[in-house]
Design a protein around this ligand. Structure first.
Ligand SMILES: Cc1cc2nc3c(=O)[nH]c(=O)nc-3n(C[C@H](O)[C@H](O)[C@H](O)COP(=O)(O)OP(=O)(O)OC[C@H]3O[C@@H](n4cnc5c(N)ncnc54)[C@H](O)[C@@H]3O)c2cc1C
Length: 396
């Protein structure tokens, strides 16, 4: 497949090092390719071989600290990894969760023991961690989550009770970073807290949700009823849960943008290749502006979304959590819209072949919608921009 030329083919915008990373990850992704990914989905398998190889090459932990086996980079580097794997047809959803959310939170706020226990494995891919915040009753309103942790006076540990829904990759994750609440001893109010719950913890139950989604990573419901956790399961400081949570949510949005941009690029490149050669009148279909313009538009929108993603990563890596929050939301929004439109247009460009298993584009229609819903829906981002950026009043 021809690669669609990118305005990022310039070292002024991206350092030699990052371009080399882009190139190397792209080469790895193309070696596996779309066929590997779709075969894994079809056969109900996971994409472990690619995950392990990417981990061994240091790509999964590019954002994690060097002293724990990571690459010492940031979200700029990790988003390149996901974008390039996606552009090669292999978007690894768990990159959003394991190294980006969980790795970041543990690296920034975990105890020395937690860092030692988890970071080297998250970096080399030998350990994976899922992330659970969404609850059936709370949905987009995460202030309403009710998963609660009580101190267990008998052990000094915690008893965690609650329900979660749509949690990705629980079956292949060694642990799930669960967002719960503890009672503030002074005010009695519930405040958010993060707990590492290892998969084999007695009482930690999960059930797969049948999704109409063509992806190797599955979604699960979690059932926790007084699940006993050791005191060390709490990440960082009980009083700084909200800050710690936000530290993980910005990387999540940046990485979801990378997921959408990568997928959009793959679909666009497939469509462009097809439009160059498919001929039913005297010229290839790509010469008709009804076909060419929407593809050009998709390319522009993907490039713009990527620029915003780069801005968000730059701000986040520079330590500006607030500025990064706004940019990460905008990047996630823009990338999800651009990705979904690129996939839609790609399917249309291929005519009947857009719906064949051979070209494998139709299955991306649902996958490309994920970015519009998760981790935060497009409406909630529009709400955020309306209130926070534009200062408009709130309706809810
Ligand atoms: C494939 C997939 C993977 C996921 N992986 C994870 C994961 O690993 N971990 C995790 O914790 N969660 C995960 N999620 C959950 C995801 O974050 C939620 O689906 C998302 O936050 C939306 O919540 P909801 O589905 O309950 O929708 P709801 O909150 O019920 O919203 C439904 C609709 O109403 C709209 N809406 C709601 N409130 C407002 C409002 N105030 N103004 C305007 N519109 C509004 C929404 O935009 C949406 O369109 C995943 C979801 C999917 C689909």
């Amino acid at each position: 497949m021809t690669t669609v030329r990118s305005t990022f083919d310039t070292t002024l915008l991206e350092s030699e090092e990052r371009r080399a990373l882009r190139e190397a990850v792209g080469t790895l992704g193309r070696r596996y390719g779309r066929a590997y990914f779709t075969a894994a989905v079809r056969d109900g398998k996971h994409t472990d071989a690619l995950w392990q190889e990417a981990g061994g090459l240091g790509y999964l932990g590019v954002n994690l600290p060097e002293e724990y086996g990571g690459g010492g980079g940031g979200m700029a580097e990790l988003s390149i990894v996901l974008e390039e794997l996606g552009a090669a047809g292999c978007p690894l959803l768990l990159l959003i969760v394991s190294p980006a959310i969980c790795g970041t939170v543990i690296a920034r706020f975990g105890t020395a023991e937690q860092k030692q226990r988890w970071l080297p494995g998250l970096a080399d891919g030998s350990l994976r961690m899922a992330f659970g915040i969404t609850e059936p009753e709370a949905g987009s309103n995460s202030h309403r989550i009710t998963t609660t942790a009580r101190r267990d006076p008998a052990t000094g540990g915690w008893l965690l009770t609650g329900r979660k829904v749509f949690i990705s990759g629980v079956d292949i994750a060694d642990a799930t970073l669960v967002v719960g609440r503890t009672e503030d001893a002074r005010t009695g109010k519930l405040k958010p807290c993060l707990f590492i719950v290892e998969r084999e913890t007695p009482g930690f139950e999960y059930r797969q949700i049948e999704m109409e989604l063509s992806a190797p990573e599955k979604q699960f419901q979690l059932f926790l009823d007084d699940v006993a956790l050791p005191a060390e399961a709490l990440v960082g400081d009980e009083d700084a849960g909200l800050l710690q949570l936000f530290a993980g949510l910005n990387p999540e949005r940046i990485m979801t943008a990378a997921f959408s941009v990568g997928m959009g690029r793959y679909a666009l490149a497939t469509a462009v290749d097809y439009a160059r050669t498919r001929q039913v009148w005297k010229e290839p279909i790509g010469s008709h502006q009804a076909i060419a313009h929407p593809l050009a538009q998709a390319h522009i929108e993907l490039e713009l979304a990527r620029l915003m993603m780069q801005k968000a990563a730059y701000l986040y890596d520079a330590g500006d959590d607030m500025g990064a929050g706004e940019a990460a939301n905008m990047a996630k929004y823009a990338a999800a819209e651009a990705g979904a439109r690129a996939v839609d247009q790609a399917v249309h460009t291929l005519g009947g072949n857009g719906l064949t298993a051979e070209y494998g584009l139709a299955s991306m229609l649902t996958a490309s919608r994920v970015g519009r819903i998760a981790p935060v829906s497009r409406e909630m981002i529009l709400n955020f921009v309306s209130h926070y950026t534009l200062g408009l009043p709130k309706s809810y």
